[in-house]
Design a binder for this molecule. Structure first.
Ligand code: SF4
Length: 216
């Protein structure tokens, strides 16, 4: 894809979603870390429903580290994979106390040492809590980047790398949020609303669908 086309996509998304941000509700890096661990394969809305009560009772590593897995499971049982998530959150809390004086580290390498924290979760924490330029690739970013033709890969890490090369660094965070917003609202996984899409003229998937370019 040509630089001009990439610029157009960035500008259109930036205009459409100027205030795009994470929908997870949090008031500290630690709360965001917990919310992001909880959000795997669950909607942000469902996570917010649970954390609204949870964070009133527990909102520091010290609070979670002393819970039993069963106790935390009860609190988060309406969320998918809650048993694993309960274990991860308690173990991560203990590690934060042991190694980081109870603070969430602000670099990817250290974040990824925490149980339940993969590259995407680490990138979300870096981008949203610490305002560091990062490009978290979730299911929406992955799908849209491929459909638009910005990248061509079935591997999350490759998509992240390719996007970081294509998009100016100071736009990474907003671009990431705006792709998610667009994925939720228009470019849905099963039935993208291409006819109402601001990116219809720029999108490889839609051009192929309309037979304007070959499907190769
Ligand atoms: S044109 Fe369709 S496939 Fe392309 S970004 Fe828009 S909704 Fe998604």
């Amino acid at each position: 894809m040509k630089q001009e086309q990439i610029k157009t996509i960035i500008e259109k998304l930036g205009k459409e979603y100027p205030e795009a941000r994470t929908e997870l509700i949090y008031s500290s890096p630690f709360e965001l870390l917990v919310a992001t661990i909880l959000s795997a394969q669950t909607t942000d809305k469902q996570v917010n429903r649970v954390t609204a009560g949870l964070f009133k009772k527990y909102n520091k590593p010290e609070d979670f580290a002393v819970l039993s897995e069963k106790e935390l499971e009860k609190e988060i049982s309406s969320i998918g994979l809650y048993r694993n998530k309960s274990r991860f959150i308690i173990q991560a809390s203990k590690l934060l106390i042991e190694k980081y004086q109870g603070f969430v580290p602000d670099n990817r390498e250290e974040l990824m040492k925490l149980p339940g924290v993969g590259r995407k979760t680490a990138n979300v924490v870096l981008a949203c809590a610490f305002k560091q330029n990062a490009m978290p690739v979730d299911t929406h970013v992955f799908r849209l980047a491929n459909r638009l033709g910005l990248v061509r890969s079935d591997k999350v890490e490759e998509v992240e790398e390719q996007l970081m090369k294509l998009i100016p660094e100071d736009r990474w965070i907003n671009f990431h949020h705006s792709l998610i917003a667009h994925g939720r609202k228009v470019c849905k996984a099963r039935a993208p609303l291409c006819q109402n899409c601001i990116l219809a003229d720029d999108c490889i998937y839609y051009k192929k669908k309309r037979g304007e370019i070959n499907d190769s």
